[in-house]
Design a protein around this ligand. Structure first.
Ligand SMILES: NC(=O)c1ccc[n+]([C@@H]2O[C@H](COP(=O)([O-])OP(=O)(O)OC[C@H]3O[C@@H](n4cnc5c(N)ncnc54)[C@H](OP(=O)(O)O)[C@@H]3O)[C@@H](O)[C@H]2O)c1
Length: 294
């Protein structure tokens, strides 16, 4: 495996490959970043072309897609027959353009997304998404599993950055909900750590709903098993009221309450909470929103 770009992410990737026994060649624009990895057994490449030419799987972890091009253009001739795995963050369009560029040079392209920062890289707690041709993923997978859990999302190289964005937004919803809750109980003197230990026991209830709610969304039917939108609107009024009463911000519960109100106004008042997916989605943002079937 070759790793080009040894910043926060690339350094962790190279260290994980080495840890799992892969012969690893490393290159970085500023040579100072190579020392620890070379001491751990990595082979330094003097130029990007040398790094690309050294391994069947070439991983790039530089800042942007433009930087990936800048790094690989001098290595143009060395790319044929290799699997290029790019982990820089970008858009689906950038991923598709880089895939076409790599393919024109005879390389297979996988677009990757590192979903869990750098600390857990090399363990099963790290989570990586990849998109691109299945045979390229099959070829690179024995190396990629050294980095953490590796999920292949299909042939379209644009899909991993789409999932990356969607999952980031979802995670921020979970985390900001946690911070709201911490602030609320904190106002009553409960420490964040004490609250977290209880919240962790509760969260599986929420994650356990995802598959069922996904089915409801796909079928357009929303049984109110976890309460109707009317009931949940009253519950969110309570969250906002309880927060306000102790001087905690109500921006987040107010935003949720607003979506619930739009759902109720659209005829979903006696439907389940998964009907909010229609309200948030494109259909729900048109002038007239037809109510889904109960
Ligand atoms: N860090 C994370 O947890 C994380 C997680 C998910 C995704 N990512 C993505 O991974 C990419 C790298 O992130 P990072 O945290 O590793 O960044 P970083 O610590 O700032 O490192 C940036 C790396 O890119 C290199 N670089 C930048 N421009 C270059 C150019 N024009 N030519 C050659 N090398 C260039 C730098 O080389 P020099 O050392 O010479 O400056 C350095 O190796 C970003 O797209 C980031 O969004 C990072």
């Amino acid at each position: 495996v070759s790793v080009l770009g040894l910043g926060g992410l690339g350094g962790a990737l190279a260290a994980a490959f080495l840890q799992h026994g892969h012969a690893t060649t490393v290159w970085n624009r500023s040579p100072g970043r190579l020392d620890d990895l070379v001491a751990a057994g990595a082979v330094p490449a003097a130029a990007a072309a040398g790094a690309v030419g050294s391994s069947p799987v070439v991983v790039t972890a530089v800042s942007t897609y433009d930087d990936v091009r800048a790094v690989l253009e001098p290595a143009d001739d060395a790319l044929a027959g290799r699997v290029l795995v790019n982990l820089a963050s970008g858009t689906p369009e950038q991923a598709r353009a880089l895939a076409a560029w790599a393919q024109a040079r005879g390389a297979a392209y996988l677009d990757g997304a590192a979903m869990s920062g750098t600390r857990p890289v090399g363990t099963d707690d790290a989570f990586f998404l990849y998109a691109g041709p299945s045979d390229a993923f099959a070829a690179a997978e024995p190396a990629l599993v050294s980095l953490g859990r590796a999920v292949h999302l299909g042939d379209d190289p644009g899909v991993s950055s789409l999932y990356d964005t969607a999952l980031l937004g979802m995670n921020m919803g979970v985390l900001t909900g946690f911070y709201q809750a911490v602030a609320l109980v904190g106002a009553a003197g409960v420490g964040a750590a004490d609250f977290a230990s209880v919240a962790l026991g509760y969260l599986p209830f929420a994650t356990g709903l995802l598959s069922g709610h996904a089915r409801q969304i796909d079928e357009g039917r929303y049984p109110p098993d976890e309460g109707t939108l009317e009931v949940l609107a009253a519950a969110m009024d309570h969250v906002a009221g309880a927060s306000r009463a102790v001087g905690v911000s109500t921006e987040l519960p107010d935003a949720v309450r607003e979506v619930l109100a739009r759902g109720i106004a659209s005829g979903h008042g006696d439907h389940g909470v998964a009907s909010l997916a229609e309200i948030i989605g494109a259909a729900g943002n048109r002038e007239a929103v037809p109510a889904g079937r109960p």
